[in-house]
Design a protein around this ligand. Sequence first.
Ligand SMILES: CC(C)(COP(=O)(O)OP(=O)(O)OC[C@H]1O[C@@H](n2cnc3c(N)ncnc32)[C@H](O)[C@@H]1OP(=O)(O)O)[C@@H](O)C(=O)NCCC(=O)NCCS
Length: 329
Amino acid sequence: MNSGCSIVGLGLHLPRTCVTNAELERIVETSDEWIRTRSGITTRYFAQPDETCSVLAYHAATAALRDAGMSAHELTHIFVGTFSGDYNLPTTACLLQNMLGIAGIPAVDLAAACTGFLYGLESARAFTSLYPEARILVVGSEVTTSRINFEDRTTCVLFGDGAGAAIATGQANPGPIRVLDVMLKADGSVGHLLTVRGGGSACRPVLHESIGPEYFVQMQGREVFKHAVRFMADISSTLIQRNGLRPEDIDLFIPHQANLRIIEAVAKKLGVSMEQFFVNVDRIGNTSAASVPIALTEARAMGRIQPGMKVLLTAFGGGFTWGAALLQF
Ligand SMILES: CC(C)(COP(=O)(O)OP(=O)(O)OC[C@H]1O[C@@H](n2cnc3c(N)ncnc32)[C@H](O)[C@@H]1OP(=O)(O)O)[C@@H](O)C(=O)NCCC(=O)NCCS
Protein backbone atom coordinates (compact mmCIF):
# COMPACT_ATOMS: atom_id res chain seq x y z
CA MET A 1 0.00 0.00 0.00
CA ASN A 2 1.13 3.53 -0.80
CA SER A 3 0.12 6.37 1.50
CA GLY A 4 2.47 8.91 -0.07
CA CYS A 5 -0.27 10.41 -2.22
CA SER A 6 -2.43 13.31 -1.12
CA ILE A 7 -4.98 15.74 -2.54
CA VAL A 8 -4.13 19.44 -2.38
CA GLY A 9 -7.00 20.98 -4.33
CA LEU A 10 -10.62 20.27 -5.33
CA GLY A 11 -12.94 21.97 -7.81
CA LEU A 12 -16.20 21.53 -9.65
CA HIS A 13 -18.15 23.09 -12.48
CA LEU A 14 -21.79 22.73 -13.47
CA PRO A 15 -23.35 23.91 -16.74
CA ARG A 16 -25.53 27.04 -16.76
CA THR A 17 -28.82 25.31 -17.46
CA CYS A 18 -30.69 23.63 -14.62
CA VAL A 19 -33.47 21.31 -15.80
CA THR A 20 -36.40 20.36 -13.57
CA ASN A 21 -38.50 17.22 -13.67
CA ALA A 22 -41.41 19.37 -14.87
CA GLU A 23 -39.34 20.36 -17.93
CA LEU A 24 -38.64 16.68 -18.69
CA GLU A 25 -42.38 16.00 -18.49
CA ARG A 26 -42.62 18.09 -21.67
CA ILE A 27 -40.07 15.90 -23.50
CA VAL A 28 -41.01 12.33 -22.51
CA GLU A 29 -43.99 10.64 -20.93
CA THR A 30 -42.94 10.83 -17.31
CA SER A 31 -43.84 12.62 -14.11
CA ASP A 32 -42.05 14.49 -11.37
CA GLU A 33 -43.52 11.98 -8.92
CA TRP A 34 -42.15 8.93 -10.83
CA ILE A 35 -38.67 10.44 -11.16
CA ARG A 36 -38.50 11.50 -7.52
CA THR A 37 -39.76 8.23 -6.07
CA ARG A 38 -37.65 5.98 -8.35
CA SER A 39 -34.41 7.97 -8.31
CA GLY A 40 -34.58 10.84 -5.81
CA ILE A 41 -33.70 13.30 -8.60
CA THR A 42 -35.46 16.68 -8.83
CA THR A 43 -33.04 18.70 -11.01
CA ARG A 44 -29.94 18.17 -13.13
CA TYR A 45 -27.77 20.39 -15.37
CA PHE A 46 -27.63 20.16 -19.17
CA ALA A 47 -24.62 21.50 -21.07
CA GLN A 48 -25.27 23.88 -23.97
CA PRO A 49 -23.25 23.40 -27.19
CA ASP A 50 -20.50 25.79 -26.04
CA GLU A 51 -20.15 23.86 -22.77
CA THR A 52 -18.22 20.88 -24.11
CA CYS A 53 -16.68 18.17 -21.96
CA SER A 54 -13.26 19.83 -22.16
CA VAL A 55 -14.73 23.26 -21.30
CA LEU A 56 -16.44 21.84 -18.19
CA ALA A 57 -13.17 20.05 -17.32
CA TYR A 58 -11.22 23.30 -17.76
CA HIS A 59 -13.44 25.21 -15.32
CA ALA A 60 -13.29 22.41 -12.72
CA ALA A 61 -9.50 22.16 -13.17
CA THR A 62 -8.93 25.89 -12.73
CA ALA A 63 -11.13 25.84 -9.60
CA ALA A 64 -9.00 22.98 -8.21
CA LEU A 65 -5.79 24.86 -9.06
CA ARG A 66 -7.12 27.96 -7.27
CA ASP A 67 -8.01 25.82 -4.27
CA ALA A 68 -4.49 24.37 -4.27
CA GLY A 69 -2.89 27.80 -4.72
CA MET A 70 -1.06 26.41 -7.74
CA SER A 71 -0.44 27.50 -11.30
CA ALA A 72 -1.24 25.12 -14.17
CA HIS A 73 2.47 25.22 -15.05
CA GLU A 74 3.25 23.28 -11.89
CA LEU A 75 1.21 20.27 -13.10
CA THR A 76 3.10 17.18 -14.22
CA HIS A 77 0.35 14.85 -15.54
CA ILE A 78 -3.34 14.99 -16.54
CA PHE A 79 -5.88 12.15 -16.24
CA VAL A 80 -9.44 12.70 -17.42
CA GLY A 81 -12.18 10.16 -16.69
CA THR A 82 -14.99 10.44 -19.25
CA PHE A 83 -17.23 8.45 -21.55
CA SER A 84 -18.52 11.55 -23.31
CA GLY A 85 -15.35 13.37 -24.40
CA ASP A 86 -15.48 16.11 -27.04
CA TYR A 87 -14.17 13.71 -29.72
CA ASN A 88 -12.55 10.29 -30.13
CA LEU A 89 -9.42 12.24 -31.07
CA PRO A 90 -7.96 14.46 -29.82
CA THR A 91 -8.67 13.20 -26.33
CA THR A 92 -10.32 15.47 -23.78
CA ALA A 93 -7.14 15.34 -21.67
CA CYS A 94 -5.13 16.78 -24.60
CA LEU A 95 -7.78 19.44 -25.27
CA LEU A 96 -7.68 20.36 -21.58
CA GLN A 97 -3.89 20.49 -21.55
CA ASN A 98 -3.99 22.91 -24.48
CA MET A 99 -6.62 25.11 -22.79
CA LEU A 100 -4.44 25.23 -19.68
CA GLY A 101 -1.50 26.25 -21.90
CA ILE A 102 0.82 23.54 -20.61
CA ALA A 103 1.92 21.61 -23.71
CA GLY A 104 4.38 18.81 -23.04
CA ILE A 105 3.16 17.01 -19.94
CA PRO A 106 1.52 13.58 -20.35
CA ALA A 107 -2.27 13.75 -20.70
CA VAL A 108 -4.63 10.82 -21.16
CA ASP A 109 -8.33 9.93 -21.00
CA LEU A 110 -9.44 7.00 -18.88
CA ALA A 111 -12.54 5.18 -20.07
CA ALA A 112 -14.05 3.64 -16.95
CA ALA A 113 -17.52 5.26 -17.13
CA CYS A 114 -18.81 6.39 -13.73
CA THR A 115 -15.73 4.95 -11.99
CA GLY A 116 -13.44 7.13 -14.14
CA PHE A 117 -12.45 9.50 -11.35
CA LEU A 118 -11.45 6.64 -9.03
CA TYR A 119 -9.44 5.02 -11.84
CA GLY A 120 -7.77 8.43 -12.28
CA LEU A 121 -7.07 8.74 -8.56
CA GLU A 122 -5.49 5.27 -8.38
CA SER A 123 -3.42 6.06 -11.50
CA ALA A 124 -2.29 9.27 -9.76
CA ARG A 125 -1.38 7.25 -6.67
CA ALA A 126 0.73 4.90 -8.80
CA PHE A 127 2.41 7.80 -10.62
CA THR A 128 3.16 9.66 -7.38
CA SER A 129 4.90 6.56 -6.06
CA LEU A 130 7.05 6.54 -9.23
CA TYR A 131 7.52 10.32 -9.19
CA PRO A 132 7.28 11.81 -5.65
CA GLU A 133 7.49 15.32 -7.16
CA ALA A 134 4.38 14.72 -9.32
CA ARG A 135 1.42 17.12 -9.21
CA ILE A 136 -1.35 15.37 -11.04
CA LEU A 137 -4.63 16.82 -12.27
CA VAL A 138 -7.38 14.19 -12.03
CA VAL A 139 -10.68 15.18 -13.64
CA GLY A 140 -14.05 13.54 -14.13
CA SER A 141 -15.97 15.42 -16.82
CA GLU A 142 -19.11 14.45 -18.70
CA VAL A 143 -21.61 15.74 -21.17
CA THR A 144 -23.74 12.61 -20.65
CA THR A 145 -26.64 14.34 -22.38
CA SER A 146 -24.75 14.06 -25.69
CA ARG A 147 -25.12 10.29 -25.28
CA ILE A 148 -28.64 10.14 -23.88
CA ASN A 149 -31.65 9.18 -25.97
CA PHE A 150 -34.34 11.70 -25.16
CA GLU A 151 -36.92 9.25 -26.51
CA ASP A 152 -35.96 6.69 -23.84
CA ARG A 153 -37.69 7.71 -20.62
CA THR A 154 -36.00 4.97 -18.61
CA THR A 155 -32.59 6.64 -18.98
CA CYS A 156 -33.03 10.30 -19.95
CA VAL A 157 -34.46 11.35 -16.59
CA LEU A 158 -31.46 10.06 -14.66
CA PHE A 159 -28.42 11.79 -16.15
CA GLY A 160 -26.86 15.25 -16.07
CA ASP A 161 -23.64 17.04 -17.05
CA GLY A 162 -20.77 18.48 -15.03
CA ALA A 163 -17.13 18.17 -14.03
CA GLY A 164 -15.10 17.71 -10.86
CA ALA A 165 -11.34 17.85 -10.38
CA ALA A 166 -8.66 17.06 -7.82
CA ILE A 167 -4.93 17.72 -7.71
CA ALA A 168 -2.97 14.79 -6.34
CA THR A 169 0.61 15.17 -5.17
CA GLY A 170 3.40 12.85 -4.10
CA GLN A 171 5.45 12.65 -0.94
CA ALA A 172 7.57 15.64 -1.98
CA ASN A 173 4.53 17.97 -1.73
CA PRO A 174 2.21 16.50 0.91
CA GLY A 175 -1.30 17.96 1.20
CA PRO A 176 -4.19 18.13 3.65
CA ILE A 177 -6.13 15.11 2.30
CA ARG A 178 -4.21 11.85 2.39
CA VAL A 179 -5.22 9.09 -0.01
CA LEU A 180 -4.85 6.14 2.36
CA ASP A 181 -5.96 3.36 0.04
CA VAL A 182 -7.78 2.67 -3.23
CA MET A 183 -9.30 -0.51 -4.66
CA LEU A 184 -10.54 -0.95 -8.24
CA LYS A 185 -12.48 -3.73 -9.95
CA ALA A 186 -14.05 -4.52 -13.32
CA ASP A 187 -16.19 -7.31 -14.77
CA GLY A 188 -16.60 -7.32 -18.54
CA SER A 189 -18.92 -10.34 -18.47
CA VAL A 190 -21.84 -8.10 -17.46
CA GLY A 191 -20.86 -5.15 -19.66
CA HIS A 192 -23.83 -5.67 -21.99
CA LEU A 193 -26.21 -4.44 -19.27
CA LEU A 194 -25.10 -0.80 -19.74
CA THR A 195 -23.80 0.24 -23.13
CA VAL A 196 -23.06 3.05 -25.58
CA ARG A 197 -22.14 1.06 -28.68
CA GLY A 198 -22.54 3.53 -31.52
CA GLY A 199 -19.41 5.36 -32.63
CA GLY A 200 -17.26 2.37 -31.67
CA SER A 201 -15.20 0.57 -34.32
CA ALA A 202 -17.32 -2.58 -34.00
CA CYS A 203 -20.38 -0.59 -35.10
CA ARG A 204 -19.38 0.00 -38.72
CA PRO A 205 -20.20 1.63 -41.04
CA VAL A 206 -20.57 4.97 -39.35
CA LEU A 207 -23.05 6.63 -41.66
CA HIS A 208 -25.35 9.43 -40.70
CA GLU A 209 -28.33 7.07 -41.00
CA SER A 210 -26.71 4.63 -38.57
CA ILE A 211 -27.21 7.00 -35.65
CA GLY A 212 -29.97 5.17 -33.82
CA PRO A 213 -30.58 4.00 -30.25
CA GLU A 214 -27.21 2.21 -30.19
CA TYR A 215 -25.49 5.58 -30.22
CA PHE A 216 -26.96 6.36 -26.81
CA VAL A 217 -26.87 4.88 -23.31
CA GLN A 218 -28.89 1.66 -23.19
CA MET A 219 -29.45 0.12 -19.83
CA GLN A 220 -31.19 -2.80 -18.16
CA GLY A 221 -32.08 -0.66 -15.17
CA ARG A 222 -33.05 -3.31 -12.64
CA GLU A 223 -29.98 -5.46 -13.27
CA VAL A 224 -27.71 -2.40 -13.18
CA PHE A 225 -29.36 -1.35 -9.92
CA LYS A 226 -28.65 -4.72 -8.25
CA HIS A 227 -25.03 -4.85 -9.40
CA ALA A 228 -24.42 -1.23 -8.34
CA VAL A 229 -25.63 -1.91 -4.81
CA ARG A 230 -23.75 -5.18 -4.40
CA PHE A 231 -20.47 -4.03 -5.93
CA MET A 232 -20.29 -0.66 -4.12
CA ALA A 233 -21.24 -2.18 -0.76
CA ASP A 234 -18.81 -5.10 -1.15
CA ILE A 235 -15.81 -3.05 -2.26
CA SER A 236 -16.42 -0.42 0.43
CA SER A 237 -16.61 -3.08 3.09
CA THR A 238 -13.44 -4.84 1.81
CA LEU A 239 -11.47 -1.59 1.70
CA ILE A 240 -12.66 -0.61 5.18
CA GLN A 241 -11.64 -4.01 6.59
CA ARG A 242 -8.31 -3.97 4.74
CA ASN A 243 -7.50 -0.78 6.68
CA GLY A 244 -8.44 -2.25 10.05
CA LEU A 245 -11.62 -0.16 10.29
CA ARG A 246 -15.37 -0.75 10.69
CA PRO A 247 -18.08 1.05 8.64
CA GLU A 248 -18.97 3.13 11.73
CA ASP A 249 -15.38 4.48 11.76
CA ILE A 250 -16.03 6.25 8.44
CA ASP A 251 -17.15 9.82 9.09
CA LEU A 252 -18.62 10.37 5.64
CA PHE A 253 -19.39 8.07 2.69
CA ILE A 254 -19.40 9.81 -0.68
CA PRO A 255 -20.92 7.36 -3.17
CA HIS A 256 -21.45 7.71 -6.89
CA GLN A 257 -24.65 9.73 -7.24
CA ALA A 258 -26.70 7.57 -9.61
CA ASN A 259 -29.90 7.08 -7.68
CA LEU A 260 -31.00 7.80 -4.10
CA ARG A 261 -32.42 4.28 -3.76
CA ILE A 262 -29.07 2.75 -4.74
CA ILE A 263 -27.34 4.91 -2.11
CA GLU A 264 -29.91 3.94 0.55
CA ALA A 265 -29.47 0.25 -0.30
CA VAL A 266 -25.65 0.53 -0.05
CA ALA A 267 -26.00 2.24 3.36
CA LYS A 268 -28.34 -0.52 4.53
CA LYS A 269 -25.98 -3.26 3.32
CA LEU A 270 -23.08 -1.63 5.15
CA GLY A 271 -25.22 -1.24 8.27
CA VAL A 272 -24.69 2.52 8.56
CA SER A 273 -27.22 5.33 8.71
CA MET A 274 -27.94 7.68 5.81
CA GLU A 275 -26.61 10.51 8.02
CA GLN A 276 -23.15 9.14 7.20
CA PHE A 277 -23.81 9.47 3.44
CA PHE A 278 -23.40 12.57 1.32
CA VAL A 279 -26.20 12.98 -1.25
CA ASN A 280 -26.52 15.51 -4.07
CA VAL A 281 -28.16 13.30 -6.72
CA ASP A 282 -31.41 15.13 -5.94
CA ARG A 283 -29.99 18.38 -7.37
CA ILE A 284 -27.40 17.16 -9.88
CA GLY A 285 -28.50 13.74 -11.17
CA ASN A 286 -26.02 11.15 -12.42
CA THR A 287 -22.98 12.92 -13.91
CA SER A 288 -21.05 9.66 -14.40
CA ALA A 289 -17.28 10.16 -13.90
CA ALA A 290 -17.88 13.71 -12.61
CA SER A 291 -20.21 12.52 -9.87
CA VAL A 292 -17.69 11.58 -7.15
CA PRO A 293 -15.34 14.60 -7.49
CA ILE A 294 -18.33 16.99 -7.63
CA ALA A 295 -19.79 15.39 -4.50
CA LEU A 296 -16.41 15.44 -2.72
CA THR A 297 -15.87 19.11 -3.56
CA GLU A 298 -19.41 20.03 -2.48
CA ALA A 299 -19.24 17.99 0.74
CA ARG A 300 -16.13 19.86 1.82
CA ALA A 301 -17.52 23.27 0.76
CA MET A 302 -20.71 22.59 2.75
CA GLY A 303 -18.72 21.85 5.88
CA ARG A 304 -19.64 18.15 5.90
CA ILE A 305 -15.93 17.28 6.10
CA GLN A 306 -13.67 18.54 8.88
CA PRO A 307 -9.97 17.94 9.51
CA GLY A 308 -9.38 14.55 11.11
CA MET A 309 -12.29 12.87 9.32
CA LYS A 310 -12.11 9.64 7.36
CA VAL A 311 -14.02 9.74 4.07
CA LEU A 312 -14.84 6.81 1.81
CA LEU A 313 -15.49 7.36 -1.90
CA THR A 314 -17.15 4.62 -3.92
CA ALA A 315 -18.31 4.40 -7.53
CA PHE A 316 -19.83 1.99 -10.01
CA GLY A 317 -20.32 2.26 -13.74
CA GLY A 318 -20.49 0.74 -17.21
CA GLY A 319 -18.01 -1.96 -18.06
CA PHE A 320 -18.85 -2.85 -15.33
CA THR A 321 -16.23 -1.03 -13.32
CA TRP A 322 -16.29 -0.14 -9.65
CA GLY A 323 -13.99 1.04 -6.93
CA ALA A 324 -13.48 2.71 -3.58
CA ALA A 325 -10.98 5.10 -2.04
CA LEU A 326 -10.25 5.87 1.60
CA LEU A 327 -9.25 9.46 2.40
CA GLN A 328 -7.97 10.97 5.62
CA PHE A 329 -8.66 14.69 6.03
C1 LIG B 1 -34.04 2.95 -14.02
C2 LIG B 1 -34.73 2.76 -12.68
C3 LIG B 1 -34.90 4.09 -11.98
C4 LIG B 1 -36.10 2.15 -12.94
O1 LIG B 1 -36.76 1.91 -11.71
P1 LIG B 1 -37.56 0.57 -11.50
O2 LIG B 1 -38.23 0.66 -10.19
O3 LIG B 1 -36.58 -0.56 -11.71
O4 LIG B 1 -38.63 0.65 -12.61
P2 LIG B 1 -38.89 -0.36 -13.82
O5 LIG B 1 -37.75 -0.33 -14.80
O6 LIG B 1 -39.28 -1.66 -13.25
O7 LIG B 1 -40.11 0.34 -14.49
C5 LIG B 1 -41.34 0.44 -13.81
C6 LIG B 1 -42.36 1.07 -14.74
O8 LIG B 1 -42.05 2.47 -14.87
C7 LIG B 1 -42.01 2.81 -16.25
N1 LIG B 1 -41.05 3.88 -16.45
C8 LIG B 1 -39.73 3.77 -16.75
N2 LIG B 1 -39.18 4.98 -16.82
C9 LIG B 1 -40.15 5.87 -16.56
C10 LIG B 1 -40.21 7.28 -16.48
N3 LIG B 1 -39.13 8.04 -16.68
N4 LIG B 1 -41.39 7.85 -16.17
C11 LIG B 1 -42.49 7.13 -15.97
N5 LIG B 1 -42.50 5.79 -16.03
C12 LIG B 1 -41.35 5.18 -16.32
C13 LIG B 1 -41.59 1.52 -16.94
O9 LIG B 1 -41.98 1.55 -18.29
C14 LIG B 1 -42.36 0.50 -16.14
O10 LIG B 1 -43.68 0.47 -16.58
P3 LIG B 1 -44.44 -0.94 -16.77
O11 LIG B 1 -44.44 -1.53 -15.37
O12 LIG B 1 -45.77 -0.52 -17.26
O13 LIG B 1 -43.60 -1.71 -17.70
C15 LIG B 1 -33.93 1.79 -11.78
O14 LIG B 1 -33.95 0.49 -12.29
C16 LIG B 1 -32.52 2.23 -11.61
O15 LIG B 1 -32.26 3.22 -10.99
N6 LIG B 1 -31.54 1.47 -12.11
C17 LIG B 1 -30.15 1.86 -12.04
C18 LIG B 1 -29.89 2.93 -13.04
C19 LIG B 1 -28.60 3.62 -12.82
O16 LIG B 1 -28.44 4.33 -11.87
N7 LIG B 1 -27.67 3.43 -13.77
C20 LIG B 1 -26.42 4.08 -13.77
C21 LIG B 1 -25.47 3.32 -12.93
S1 LIG B 1 -23.90 4.03 -13.05
